[in-house]
Design a protein around this ligand. Sequence first.
Ligand code: GAL
Length: 344
Amino acid sequence: MSTTKPMKRNKLLLLGAWLLMTTVPAQAADAIVPGAEWLDTEGMVINAHGGGILYHEGIYYWYGEAKGDFTYRSPGVGWDCYRTDAGGVSCYSSRDLCHWTYEGIVLDPDTTHTFSDIHPTMVIERPKVIYNERTRQFVMWMHIDNHNYEKAVAGVAVSDRPTGKFRFIESIRPNGQMSRDMTLFKDDDQQAYLVYSSEGNATLHIASLSDDYLHVTPHYTRHFVGQSREAPAMFKRQGKYYIVTSGCTGWDPNEAQWAVADHVMGPYTVMDNPCRGPHADKTFYAQSTFALPVVGTDQYIIMFDRWNKKDLITSRYVWLPVRFDDGALTIPWTDRWTPATLRW
Ligand code: GAL
């Protein structure tokens, strides 16, 4: 992160290469400043919302929603349905979690086929990528929806390289069930799971994936039944499985909750709000998207989005390390912190 004057990539590209040549690269500090404007190594604002991170061969890859410049309300939709055109999935790479290099749009929206599930008029949200060691493919799952979020499906795409391009395969309702906010979780035994808000967002499902990660198996479990939890972020530590979720209030912030289990598919014991500090009851005005274990350390980062619903591309990132006290998970606010990648 830096105090250098920010620029939006979409707009900047139009200014021409000569301007890029004269742009002073941002000097990112060796720290993470939650909620600050975050610039990539070219000095442009990172555009990777609802993101997730893959660690592969020493490099972290941050995938996220590439929001368009223009936020509008979906026409004919009664509720607060702010959105931008779907710009596909962006990717940034880093070795230390502080300095991020833009790798481009790794899943392009399909601008040619009007009825494509990844047409810009559709919704492409919360992309997550895992690596399949058997097939040596990078598999992306994401929330796909139509302009009023009634389609409620999970999309899957695949690539031979972490930086794409990813090839979109299909969108499905897992076992016939709705799927909106989602994440992926890959266990130590290589078994992977799709974790998604289902049943009209009332209940969270965890479905195991096929060996190639491209399909959902019939085996799934239901959690937080009727409690309307979404934005799941999941990780494993010392044999226990943790899920952090948000409530269900659209782009507006609400209170987070954590839950813990001895088995990946549950049952999960619901605990309380893990956030501590100013505006903890509103998750620091943010919403969870992913839990990132810092490889080789005991540091776990919860990634949140601080949505700016009327100008979505300017939404910020709030990343905070988790604390464990006698097994209890807390997420204290901190203005600035150093990832373990830079401490060990
Ligand atoms: C939220 C969800 C976001 C986005 C938004 C649209 O509930 O977490 O990812 O889908 O609704 O209103």
